[in-house]
Design a protein around this ligand. Sequence first.
Ligand SMILES: Nc1ncnc2c1ncn2[C@@H]1O[C@H](COP(=O)(O)OP(=O)(O)OP(=O)(O)O)[C@@H](O)[C@H]1O
Length: 320
Amino acid sequence: MESILEIRELRVGKDHDGHFQAILDNVNFEVKQGETLAIVGESGCGKSMTALSIMGLLPRAIQIASGKVIFGGKDLAGLSRKEIDQVRGKDIAMIFQEPMTSLNPSFTIGNQLSEVLKIHTALQPNERKERVLELLSQVGIPDPAGKFKSYPHELSGGMRQRVMIAMALACNPKMLIADEPTTALDVTIQAQVLNLLSEIQSQYQMAVMLITHDLGVVAETCQRVIVMYAGQVIEEASVEDLFEQPMHPYTIGLMQSAPRLGVAKEKLHVIEGTVPDIRDMPTGCRFHPRCESATDLCKEKEPQLEERGHGRRVRCWHTA
Ligand SMILES: Nc1ncnc2c1ncn2[C@@H]1O[C@H](COP(=O)(O)OP(=O)(O)OP(=O)(O)O)[C@@H](O)[C@H]1O
C-alpha cells in the first residue's frame, strides 16, 4: 500500500539556556493510504507532539529542528504558516480529546461548521447550509436542523465529539488525526464514537492516525501500531503481530498492564518508574532504568530502530 504521510528523522524540541532539548528524537514512520494507524505509549511519550508537528500546531516555544513531514509529495515541515493553513483542515484534519477546547462557545454549531466550508470551499451560503445538515446527519446527530442552531454547551460530550468529527470531515480530508478522541467520554459513548470513526474511515477511504493509551481500542480499530517511548519510536508492527508477540520489553509491559476482557479482578502488572523528563534522558536505551532485562550494553549504547521482517521494527539490544 502506498504511503500518504512519511515522517523522516523528525527532531522536535525547545531551546533551554542555549541547549536544545529534544522532545521527539529522530521519529520515523509512515501512514499508508486508507489504514488506521495507532500511536500508543504512556503519557509524556511524545504522541501529541508528533501529531501537532504534522499539523503545524506546535506550541510557540517548540520547534521542528530537523527532519521531514512529507504529505502528498510536499514537506510540511518546510512550509510557511500560511501554506500549512491550506493543508490543515482541508487535506489533514484533527480531532482532540476535549471538543470544547476546539469549539467556540459563542457561536452555534451550524455557524462554526459553515465557517470551515467558507474557508476551504467555493460553496455558496445556501449550499453550505445544506452540506452542514448533511454532515450532521452523517455523523449520527439527531435533528440536524435543530442542532444547527444549538450552541456547543447545549450538547452532550458525545454529541460535541460528533460535531468535531463532522467538522473534520467537512472538506473530505485525505487523513484524519484523532488524539485520544474518546478518553473524555463515557464507555458506551466511547464505543459509539469509535464505531462512527471506523464507518467514516471506510466510507471516505481516509487514513486515520489514532493516538490512544487504550490497547483495547487499538485491537478493535487499528491495523498497524507505532509504540513510542520518551520521544522515540521503539516498536512498529501490525496489530496481529503486536498482540500475538510483543517484542520490546516496554510493549510487553504495556500489554501486561492493560485490563483484559473476561478476566475479573486480576492484579495488573505495573511498569515500575516513570517516563524520563526531557531534561534528564538516560544514556543508552531510554527505557533501561525501567527494564528488567537491561544489561550494561543497554546502559551504555543507544539501540537503533531495526527491521525485523514482516513490516516490524524494534529498538532493543535484546530482541532478535
Ligand atoms: N507546551 C509545552 N511546552 C514544553 N514542553 C511540553 C509542552 N507540552 C508537552 N511538553 C513536553 O513534551 C513531551 C511530550 O509530550 P506529549 O504531550 O507529546 O506526550 P503524550 O505522549 O501525547 O502524552 P499525553 O498522553 O499525556 O497527551 C513531554 O515531556 C512534555 O513534558
